[in-house]
Design a protein around this ligand. Structure first.
Ligand SMILES: Nc1ncnc2c1ncn2[C@@H]1O[C@H](COP(=O)(O)OP(=O)(O)O)[C@@H](O)[C@H]1O
Ligand SMILES: [Mg+2]
Length: 372
């Protein structure tokens, strides 16, 4: 037992994607290689409480992990030699547990946006995926697009509005919102996910209400040129060099105006997936190269799913968004694309854990101040 790497699978979290995380984590628990790893499930409930969960009591077949009211509450503390320690909040529950690596299997704000990553940095524990910087910029759809564009990757034209400016002068903000754009436009909160707060706006009258709704979720909102687009995704995995999977295509069912929350989670026939995407060889090579370019431009680590639009009119790809902790359920695109590219789920997880340990070791070995 002692020589196994102790992996905390951290799941749940305070975002709107809490339930997706419970499914992703159930799947990760099922696939992590128990011959190599000692696995400790730690849940975060919707109020932000961390709890230790008894692995033996978890049914490996269940599609979604439960949040248990009476599981012992824990907090993360800095350990020694680059290991973190899970400390029980009340004595007698579970002893302190030294940990080697944390695998955050959570999505969205306060999970995937650098906040949890910052906490893990302070505890000096290794963790899977991108660091604070890349997590934060990747969650911000505006900053991510700016950096992608700076690296030469096309993005759809868009405007940014702040809630403050919108409240101060609504008519001026509405005019600025569509300057240089044509209908339809997409209104989206800058830092959300799962299509929450996103509106396809087809008339000028609908713009104000769409912005009102989007500003419920964020202080910054994007108004983006609607594109007649095919939706193409690529999974990127770090290795000796960056590896891009074959691309897949999501075809939202025609009943849905776009790939909305309903199409993603409520309608079992919400979208059809083509894996590999029906692209010609040049298109496939182009989108894989663009995915690697975005991953590098945003300084990501470990893994990311990079989503593109293929404009039906121009035939050009443009970068839409990046997910640094993509869905990991058994039907999620990231593991499926990797599997289709020759990296089976179990091996993928093993590689991610080792990448986390390598990155941590390199950073831990850095000098922290001047030494002659
Ligand atoms: N500019 C756009 N043109 C056409 N469709 C869009 C555009 N922006 C978003 N969409 C549609 O909305 C969906 C969700 O938008 P996205 O930016 O991916 O946000 P989320 O992070 O919530 O997934 C996309 O998958 C697509 O169907
Ligand atoms: Mg999306």
């Amino acid at each position: 037992m002692a020589d196994k790497i102790r992996v905390v699978v951290l799941y749940g979290g305070r975002s709107g994607e809490h339930e997706v995380s419970l499914k992703s984590a159930a799947s990760v628990l099922r696939h992590l290689d128990r011959a190599r790893f000692e696995v400790i499930p730690v849940s975060i409930d919707k109020t932000g409480r961390w709890q230790w969960n008894d692995l033996a009591a978890i049914d490996p077949a269940q599609p979604s992990l439960p949040i248990l009211l009476d599981a012992p509450e824990m907090r993360l503390a800095r350990g020694t030699d680059g290991r973190g320690v899970l400390m029980p909040v009340s004595a007698g529950a579970v002893g302190p547990i030294e940990i080697d690596v944390v695998f955050p299997v959570m999505h969205g704000p306060l999970c995937e946006d650098g906040t949890v990553q910052g906490l893990l940095e302070l505890a000096e524990v290794a963790y899977v995926g991108s660091g604070v910087l890349a997590s934060a910029i990747s969650m911000d759809k505006d900053v991510a697009k700016r950096l992608a564009e700076f690296a030469g990757v096309p993005v759809a034209p868009y405007r940014v509005l702040t809630r403050k400016a919108f409240a101060a002068d609504r008519p001026a903000s509405l005019a600025r919102a569509i300057e240089g754009l044509s209908l339809p436009v997409f209104v989206k909160p800058c830092n959300m996910g799962s299509s929450v707060g996103i509106h396809k706006v087809k008339t000028l009258d609908a713009l104000g209400p769409a912005l009102d709704d989007a500003f419920r979720y964020d202080l910054k909102v994007l108004v983006e040129q609607g594109i007649d687009a095919r939706e193409i995704e690529v999974a990127v995995l770090e290795g000796e060099t960056l590896f891009a999977s074959v691309a897949s295509e999501l075809n939202p069912n025609a009943q849905h105006e776009f790939y909305s929350y309903e199409a993603k989670y409520l309608d079992p026939d919400g979208a059809r997936v083509d894996l590999p995407a029906r692209l010609d060889a040049a298109q496939m090579a182009r989108v894989r190269a663009l995915a690697v370019q975005v991953f590098a431009a945003l300084e990501c680590s470990g893994l990311a799913r990079v989503d593109f639009f293929l404009d039906r009119q121009t035939g050009e790809f443009c970068f839409n968004e990046i997910n640094t902790l993509p869905g990991f359920t058994s039907i999620s695109m990231y593991p499926k694309m990797m599997e289709a590219s020759g990296v089976p789920y179990r091996e993928l997880l093993t590689r991610l854990v080792h990448l986390a340990l390598d990155r941590h070791q390199q950073r831990h070995a850095l000098d922290r101040g001047y030494s002659s």
